[in-house]
Design a protein around this ligand. Structure first.
Ligand code: RUQ
Ligand code: CUA
Length: 659
């Protein structure tokens, strides 16, 4: 988002007048605001709000309208709090074709839909830096799958979704050479391509697969939305840098009066693929899938994608001219209107899907862009919202035919009517809003009631916390004609897009425990009597159990310097909200946080001789502090037999000690 700051410096003078010197919100909050967001202790919130974490790489979950933080779901970054990316079982989730990547930049979220309505099954999330899409299972609130996207860089226009969750999307923000990659940067125009990957989603399992990639001319795909209703079968992408600059984009990619919205007919793409018109391209990417029975992830290498060339395959892609580096490209609930938000434009163009169809059939083109037809702007335009504000970014919709657009520079949300394009209301945001979100506002059935603002800058809004300040979310009521600010609360990471869903669509499906009898982890310990320690060469496996309030075994001897020890800890509890943790002194790792019925593994390499304590890290009972034990590490070659146990039953050696 910082790039906007530079981009907008031309308009900076205006920004500083309108953007950052808003009057204090105290004066704009009305008397009954508190009661509208008050959720009494012990009561549930009305909505789950999933918020992208931006540069923390995770997804956070808030309750609305209270703004209470419920959970941070680890997705693209390691999470020492839970051991995600640290446990042996979860490491493959963060594997890529180029090795283990412990961080990413997470921008957009998409809830799965059936008939254009949220169905509460899955949440999809993009990784912007090392292109990937994750699927989060809303039964467990855990990342279930991560698919890497090849021939891509800056997976920004992602993971938007079609109305029956047929596809999720991945569009490149950076164009990159496809095929031979060792080329001069200055050969951008000849060698660089942008790609739009269509990822199919299995109806039952949710499994993702790259169905095909459309290879587009070099430019930057920014955001996207699927058509719905009448426009189902189409996908729309906003673009910037159709100037094809490769340096100083701030200036060089803002030269043209109009960039494009790319309209992709994906039903047509399916036909071409079926007819064998796709080309197989060798590449490499990985597909990581979490297995809920083995409680571990498997990473599989993939080697090929099917590509489609719209310059050759007619009627697959059309370009719609759109003023000034559009950012958001949003489709209204009826599926008829496509709203382009040109970051540097002084108006908002609204395109009509029926006019688009008409213009295509009448071949009303104004030219070509790298052999792709460019439609006549005036023929596909429904109308323009005049003087809406400065720096429009994103638009969401309510259930009454209204649109809400965020304005970064003028720091406001502007409400306007989709039919007559008249502005109805505007409210300030504090400050510099990026995305906004109406619950269900990207579906055929918006939930109405609220609009949320996700702000980039908070300046004087909260107690100062040094140079880095919290970013924020603000909740506005949209029940009446006028928007009303109800609440603001700080967020973790940098919020970009978000999704919200009525709690009842998710709440009752939430699982409470993992059935221990279905635990197929190869290192599970089924009951305390099976706890053991084994040695094979320099590898020691500890099959440990955790139950209130002891770890079994809690005394282990016969481990030597040079050994690698794997603690496989099984939580034997079958009771909701009773995780046990596991940590061992000086481990070059994080803790494990093991859910009831689950097994997780911590790798530990001792670095010195001595007694090494380990303990449970989660306050699980009155005797949680007693949930601890000792590992003895001896010098290599010492005559210490392998012993383990608990209480008086410290066992005799089961396997001969290592030499
Ligand atoms: S972006 S603030 Cu990464 Cu969605 Cu528009
Ligand atoms: Cu188990 Cu604390």
């Amino acid at each position: 988002m910082k790039r906007f700051l530079g981009l907008f410096c031309i308009l900076g003078a205006v920004a500083s007048i309108q953007g950052c010197k808003m009057k204090n919100a105290g004066s704009v909050v009305e008397g009954d605001a508190a009661s509208k967001v008050y959720v009494a202790p012990g009561k549930y919130d009305e909505l789950y709000n999933f918020v992208s974490g931006g540069f923390n790489g995770q997804v956070s979950v808030y309750g609305l309208p209270s703004g209470r933080l419920l959970k941070i779901i680890p997705v693209f970054s390691v999470n020492p709090e839970s051991g995600y990316g640290y446990s042996e079982e979860s490491k493959p989730m963060l594997t890529t074709s180029q090795g283990f990547v412990p961080w990413d930049d997470q921008h957009h979220l998409a809830l799965s839909q059936t008939n254009g309505e949220q169905d509460g099954r899955w949440l999809f999330a993009n990784a912007n830096n090392s292109p990937r899409i994750a699927r989060i299972d809303l039964k467990s609130f855990r990342t279930a799958e991560i698919l890497e996207i090849p021939n891509s860089a800056g997976n920004h226009s992602s993971p938007f979704i079609t109305e029956n969750t047929e596809y999720t999307i991945a569009g490149t923000r950076f164009s990159v050479p496809v095929g031979n990659e060792d080329v001069p940067v200055s050969s951008f125009k000849d060698n660089f391509k942008s790609t739009a990957s269509f990822i199919s989603i299995d109806k039952e399992s949710g499994r993702m697969k790259i169905a095909f990639q459309i290879i587009l001319p070099g430019m930057d795909l920014d955001l996207s939305r699927a058509g719905k209703g009448p426009s189902h079968g189409w996908f729309f992408f906003s673009t910037y840098n159709t100037e094809q600059a490769h340096t100083l984009l701030e200036v060089n990619a803002s030269k043209k009066d109009k960039d494009y919205i790319v309209a992709v007919n994906w039903k047509k793409a399916e036909e071409y693929v079926k007819a064998g018109k796709g080309k197989k391209l060798k590449t490499s990417y990985v597909h990581n899938v979490w297995n809920e029975e083995t409680h571990s992830a498997v990473s599989t290498k993939e080697t090929e994608v099917i590509t489609l060339d719209p310059a050759e395959l007619k009627d697959l892609v059309y370009m719609i001219p759109c003023p000034k580096s559009p950012h958001g490209c949003d489709v209204d609930p009826s599926g008829e209107y496509i709203v382009g938000s040109g970051k540097l434009a002084a108006l908002i163009p609204v395109f009509s899907f029926s006019k688009l169809q008409d213009a295509i059939s009448k071949k009303q083109f104004e030219g070509e862009y790298h052999n792709i037809p460019v439609l006549d702007y005036t023929k596909v335009l429904y109308g323009e919202v005049q003087k809406p504000g400065l720096g429009p970014l994103h638009t969401e919709f309510d259930d009454k035919g209204n649109a809400y657009t965020s304005f970064f520079i003028s720091s406001e949300i502007v409400k306007w009517n989709l039919k007559d394009l008249k502005i109805l209301d505007r409210v300030p945001t504090f400050y510099s809003i990026g995305h906004l979100m109406v619950p269900g506002g990207d579906t055929r059935k918006p939930y109405g009631k609220y609009v949320m603002a996700y702000n980039k800058i908070t300046k004087d809004r909260y107690l100062p916390t040094g140079p880095e300040l919290a970013q924020s979310a603000q909740l506005y009521s949209i029940e009446g004609d006028k928007m009303k600010l109800l609440l603001d609360f700080p967020t973790v990471g940098e919020p970009h897009y978000a999704q919200a869903i009525p709690a009842e669509k998710v709440r009752d499906k939430s699982i409470k425990i993992f059935d221990i009898f279905k635990n197929k982890n190869p290192y599970v310990t089924m009951g305390e009597k099976n706890a053991k320690v084994t040695r094979k060469g320099n590898r020691v496996d500890v099959y440990m159990t955790a139950i209130r309030s002891h770890l079994n075994p809690d005394n282990i001897e016969g481990v030597f310097l040079g050994d690698t020890v794997y603690f496989h800890v099984t939580n034997l509890e079958q009771d909701w909200d009773i995780p046990h943790g596991f940590a061992i002194k000086h481990a070059a790792s994080a803790e494990l946080l093991i859910m009831p019925g689950e097994t997780a593994t911590l790798k530990y390499v001792p670095t010195r001789v001595g007694i090494v304590p380990f303990y449970c890290t989660d306050f699980c009972s009155a005797l949680h502090q007693e949930m601890q034990g000792y590992l003895r590490v001896s010098p290599r070659g010492a005559k210490v037999p392998l012993k383990f146990g608990i209480g008086e039953s410290v066992s005799a050696p089961t396997v001969a000690a290592a030499k």
